[in-house]
Design a protein around this ligand. Structure first.
Ligand code: ZN
Length: 116
């Protein structure tokens, strides 16, 4: 269920849970598990520093959601849309996560073949 206290946006994280915001930061700082041009996968738990927490608060996320970020999840897939919005797809299990990574790798390989 979506938190009624968090209020991210408007902007690239509009309507996204705190996991999307924090995992995107982790991606930018080189902590992605797998990455392509406009997508990445980040495993939980995330290691948050004071800046991560402060910036998440500034972005409109509430303290309890920041505290609980990633609990019960194995990881998250991130996608940057053409409009610059960031979308998150959380995965509860390692199997779900890994099959999504495999699928994205396959899509990239196919796109490369089509370009060749
Ligand atoms: Zn919240």
């Amino acid at each position: 269920m979506r938190c009624q206290t968090c209020n991210p946006g408007p902007g690239k994280f509009e309507a996204e849970p705190v996991e999307t915001f924090l995992a995107f930061r982790a991606w930018l700082s080189g902590a992605a598990d797998e990455e392509g041009t406009d997508w990445a996968f980040v495993r939980f738990p995330l290691t948050l520093d004071a800046d991560d927490i402060a910036d998440a608060r500034d972005a409109g996320y509430c303290a309890s959601c920041i505290d609980a970020a990633g609990h019960g999840l194995y990881g998250i897939g991130l996608e940057i849309s053409e409009g610059g919005f960031v979308y998150g797809y959380p995965f509860k299990t390692r199997a779900e996560y890994e099959s999504a990574v495999t699928y994205l790798r396959w899509c990239e390989a196919r796109a490369e073949r089509e370009e060749a």
